[in-house]
Ligand binder design. Structure first.
Ligand SMILES: Nc1ncnc2c1ncn2[C@@H]1O[C@H](COP(=O)(O)OP(=O)(O)OP(=O)(O)O)[C@@H](O)[C@H]1O
Length: 244
C-alpha cells in the first residue's frame, strides 16, 4: 500500500445480523490530505461503509487498513486511538454544556493537559465560530455552528482521518455552504475526510475524489469534478434527475 493512503477498505462484505449483505466486495481508498465523498441512491450502503470503517460494524470479509496497519476486527476505541474519528449522523452536541465543554469531551482519552490545551488552540484556529462562542451554551448556536462544534470535538484526538455522515442534514443551503467550507478547512489543516452526503452535487463540488455507490459496491470513482461532469452518473446519485 502506498504510504500516502491513510485509510483503505478492501473487498468489504458487511450486513446487519442475519440479513442479506449490504456491502458486496466494496473497496475505497482515502489518500492523505483529501476529501473523499461517497454518493449514491438511498440504501446503497453509504452510512454502512462509515460504520465498517470506524469499527461499529464488523465486516464478514475484507480488510480495513489504517496508516498502513491492518485494523480489521478492531473496535471503535482502538480505531480512534489509531487515528480515526467518526462524526455520526444527526446532532450530538450537549445543548446545556458550553462550546468549550463540548469540544474538550473529544479529548477525554488523553490526560496530557498541556497537549489538550495546545490542541484546543488549534481547533479554535480551524473553526473561528468555535473560538468566538467558546464560553456560550452550545444549544444557543445555529445548526451549522453546532456542526462545527462536532467537527472541533472530532479533531481533539489529532486524527489522521475523520468520517462525516451527512454533515449538511437538516441545514438550509447557506448553512450547508458554511459546513462544506469547514470540511475543506479540515482537509487544508492536514486531516483526510471520508464523507457521506445526500447533497451530492454540492458535496462533490467541494470534494477531491468522488465515489458513486450502488447496490453495495463502488459503481464509479475518480476526481470529483469528472464525476460531476458525467450525466450518466448524476442520473444515479441525484435520484434519477437528469444532469443540469
Ligand atoms: N441498523 C440496521 N439494521 C438493519 N439494516 C440496516 C441497518 N442500517 C441500515 N440497514 C440497511 O442497510 C442498507 C443500507 O443502508 P445505509 O444506511 O448504509 O444506506 P445509505 O446509502 O447510507 O442510505 P441513505 O442515503 O438512505 O442514508 C439498507 O437496506 C438499510 O435498510
Amino acid at each position: 500500500m502506498a504510504s500516502d493512503v491513510v485509510l483503505e477498505l478492501k473487498g468489504i462484505e458487511a450486513g446487519y445480523g442475519k440479513a442479506a449483505l449490504v456491502l458486496r466486495g466494496l473497496s475505497v481508498e482515502v489518500p492523505r490530505g483529501t476529501v473523499v465523498c461517497l454518493v449514491g441512491p438511498n440504501g446503497a450502503g453509504k452510512s454502512t461503509v462509515l460504520k465498517v470503517a470506524s469499527g461499529l460494524l464488523k465486516p464478514r470479509a475484507g480488510s480495513i487498513v489504517l496508516n498502513g496497519k491492518d485494523m480489521t476486527g478492531s473496535g471503535p476505541q482502538t480505531l480512534l486511538r489509531a487515528g480515526l474519528s467518526h462524526v455520526l449522523q444527526g446532532h450530538s452536541v450537549f445543548p446545556e454544556m458550553t462550546v468549550e465543554e463540548n469540544v474538550m469531551l473529544g479529548g477525554y482519552t488523553s490526560a496530557d493537559r498541556a497537549a489538550l490545551s495546545e490542541r484546543a488552540g488549534f481547533v479554535k484556529e480551524v473553526f473561528p465560530v468555535v473560538a468566538e462562542r467558546w464560553g456560550a451554551a452550545a444549544g444557543l448556536l445555529s445548526g451549522g455552528q453546532q456542526k462545527q462544534v462536532e467537527f472541533a470535538r472530532a479533531l481533539m484526538v489529532s486524527p489522521d482521518v475523520v468520517l462525516l455522515d451527512e454533515p449538511s442534514m437538516g441545514l438550509d443551503p447557506k448553512r450547508t455552504t458554511t459546513v462544506f467550507e469547514q470540511v475543506a478547512r479540515m482537509r487544508d489543516a492536514g486531516v483526510a475526510v471520508l464523507l457521506v452526503e445526500q447533497n451530492a452535487r454540492r458535496a462533490l463540488e467541494m470534494a477531491d475524489i468522488g465515489c458513486v455507490l450502488d447496490l453495495g459496491t463502488v459503481f464509479a470513482t475518480g476526481p470529483a469534478r469528472e464525476l460531476l461532469a458525467d450525466p450518466k452518473l448524476s442520473d444515479l446519485y441525484l435520484g434519477g434527475r437528469p444532469a443540469a
